[in-house]
Structure formats: C-alpha cells, structure tokens
Design a protein around this ligand. Sequence first.
Ligand SMILES: NC(=O)c1ccc[n+]([C@@H]2O[C@H](COP(=O)([O-])OP(=O)(O)OC[C@H]3O[C@@H](n4cnc5c(N)ncnc54)[C@H](O)[C@@H]3O)[C@@H](O)[C@H]2O)c1
Length: 446
Amino acid sequence: MANFVQQVEKITCVGAGYVGGPTCAMIALKCPEIKVTVVDMNKEKIQEWNSDDLPIYEPGLEEIVKECRGKNLFFSHDVPKAIEEADLIFISVNTPTKMYGRGKGMAPDLKYVESVARTIAKYAQGPKIVVEKSTVPVKAAQSILHILKEAQAHDQKLHFQVLSNPEFLAEGTAMVDLANPDRVLIGGESSDEGLAAITQLVRVYEHWVPRERIITTNTWSSELTKLVSNAFLAQRISSINAISAICEATGADVREVAHAVGHDNRIGSRFLQASVGFGGSCFQKDVLSLVYLCETLNLKPAADYWHGVIEINNWQRRRFSDNIIKELFNTVTDKKIAIFGFAFKKNTGDTRESSAIYIAKHLLEERAKLHFYDPKVTETTMRYDLSSVTENELGIPNFGTTYSGDISLHPLYSSSTKDTSPNGQFIHHRHFTHHRHFTHCTVHPP
Ligand SMILES: NC(=O)c1ccc[n+]([C@@H]2O[C@H](COP(=O)([O-])OP(=O)(O)OC[C@H]3O[C@@H](n4cnc5c(N)ncnc54)[C@H](O)[C@@H]3O)[C@@H](O)[C@H]2O)c1
C-alpha cells in the first residue's frame, strides 16, 4: 500500500453541524463520483439528517440533501467505520470558547478536535489526509499531528498528512457561499507529501471552484487567516456601531454616513450596517481567540486593540436596551415588550450568542414582560438560552421557578419594522423569508 493517498474516493466528515452538513452536501452534489459520509456522536442529529426534518435550516440545503442522500451522501453515527473507509477526513466539530481552566473565557476549547484526532488514530488502518475544517488557533494542526504520529509510530500501514481548510460560509447564505466561494483556503506542509495532500484536496474543490480562487499556503497562515477574516468582519460591525452612537448624539444619520463612506472603493459598502451588535457562534469566539493568541505572544497592544471590537459590541447591545427603556419613560417594569427575531440573524434558527438573548437579559433585569417570536426557533431553545443567561449572569438559580410566565404557541404577524405603541409596547421586527416554527414564547419576571 502506498504511504500516501493517491486519489480521494471516499470522504468522511466528523461533525454534522452547521458547517459539516452543508459543506458535505455541496461536495456530494458537485463530486458525484466521491462517496461522502457525515458522522456525528449525536445520534439524534444523525437521525434528523436522515429524515425530512433536517436539524438545521439553510435556504437551499434541503433540496441538495434530498438529491444526494442515499446516492453518494450518507449520514451515520458509525464513526469507526466511516474513519476506516475514508481517504480524506474533515474535522468539523465545534470549538467553543473555553469555560474553564487556562484561557477561560478567551481561548477556544479544542477538546472535541483532539478527541476526533484520537478516534482517527484508533480506527485508521491506512493512509489518510486529515483536514481541519473547524476554526482553530494557530498551531492546532501540530497537536493533531502529534496525536496521529503516535499511532503511526506503532503501525507502519498508517500515514497521515494534516491540512488546514477553514470554512468561510455565513449562516443564512451557506449554500450560495459554498457554491460560489470568494476563495477556498488550503494550508499544508511544503514537503512532497504535504504538497501531494494539498493537490488531492485542491482536486476535490476544482470540481466547481475556479483554480484561481483556491489559495494554498502554509498551515499556520491558513489557520491564522480564518481568525483574521472573522476579526476584520467583526471589526467593521463594531466600527459602524461606534459611529452610530456619534450619529445619535449629533443628529447625523448613520445610514447616510455608511452609504457615503461605503462608496469609497477602498472601504466598500458591505458590513457597514449599524445594528444591535453581532451575534452567532463565531465572531466573538474567534476574536477572543485572536486576543488570547496576542496575549500569549506578549503582544498586549494588539490584544487590547482586538478586544475593543468585543467591548464595542457589548456596549452597543446595552445601548440598544437602554434606548428601549428611555423610550418607555425610563421604566419597563411590568410593560409588555415584543421581541421579533430570536436567532442571531435572518434565515437561520441558530441562536448562539444572539444579541436578542442579551437584550432580553437587560430587559428582564428591569422586570419587563417579554414576548418573543421567531419562525425558526423553538420555544424550548428560547427557554434554554434565556435560562442559561439568567442563571449564569443574573445569579438566578432556576429559571423555571423564577419566571412563571405563561407560554403560548401561535403565529404572530407584523409588518412594522419598529413601532412604539401608546400602551408602551416596543416592537422590533426582523424579516424572515421562511416559516416553520411559529413560536410565541412569553417570559414574565416574578
Ligand atoms: N457555524 C458557522 O457559521 C461556521 C462558519 C465557519 C466556521 N465554523 C467553525 O466550524 C466548526 C464547527 O462549527 P459548527 O457551527 O458546525 O458547530 P456545530 O456545533 O453546529 O456542530 C459540531 C458537531 O460536532 C459534533 N461533535 C463534537 N465532537 C465530536 C466527536 N468527538 N465525534 C463526533 N462528532 C462530534 C457535535 O455533536 C456537533 O453536532 C467550529 O470550529 C466553527 O468555529 C463555523
């Protein structure tokens, strides 16, 4: 058996989440001769991927999954088998901010990535290309390789090459982003075997991505680029949000300023919309990861600079809820407030780090009565998210007993985008194009 992969015929992706599912669906669609298997330790999630009710919502995803599933796209919880048969393995598991020990609240938690590396080391029986798709700090590939080399030392049949191939899709537009990416980034070793592995992954993407958009770099540049990309995007949001505060204080209109500023080709118009602050599982986590990296490298001014992006975001959220309170005559106690939109952005049901949760927390502190509506988020998810933020940050031990609000499930429709009605209801509405869960979740403080 050759000691490196000659041709990729079978791909396995470990992690059937927001990245693993859509990415592999696109690979299966564009590479009909490659067998793509997506595995996850969460059996329920795999069952959903194999059902008519997919575990995540992305426009266009369902159609592709239905077209490819059972032909060259498979969802399974048999991780050992999928690892054993694969030529190339994507690691696409979550890398949340660490909530314990060293780097708590800053560094990404790599325990899931490491555990996948150990599983690969345990079940691989021949050469494999292992690809980091998860967002990881610089040099994470080294730890993965270290684990794999241990196994290699005991078994001559094994041979591993580790590549970095970060994902740049945005939730809500994932399928369009995957079908037509601005760039695909692949980092690897510059040895002959490293270059051969890069070539194999390039060939997969070349099925549909023009070669000039596939950038190859060394592993560390690729890992760092993902953090830098998200930091730049988050920084633009914080920049325009900081300007929105100046506009509010001076009578300038932030939309007019953004429009005029964005007309400068050097600046560009995207990511210049003032908002209630960025959310989602990635921006805050990845900026914090960059800050942590700066700190560990003893680059304090750089760490402070990037940390400012997070501080402005937190400040913007607080300003938003403070403005609501001010509009409602400086008290929201016992006032009914409707919050339209609970996910972190439109066209997704993902609520991770959603600004809605933080706004709700601020308003609950002021004892407002909150009513939520989001067509893509279930009531259970809303309750869970609100209970974690209240338990962790308000010091309230038990959400269920503390908030005795009535819960009802029915559709709510409103065409207004922002409305303050005479009886003191403040409505903030975000538009959704698809409706699946008509959830109206009501939360009343005691
Ligand atoms: N969500 C995004 O928009 C996005 C975009 C680009 C990059 N990323 C990065 O991609 C990675 C994955 O993000 P996501 O949003 O898909 O996460 P996710 O939480 O939606 O999915 C991760 C999946 O991995 C599974 N998993 C964890 N450990 C496992 C193990 N040992 N074996 C098998 N399965 C395991 C989990 O059960 C989960 O289903 C993260 O590093 C994230 O930063 C995310």
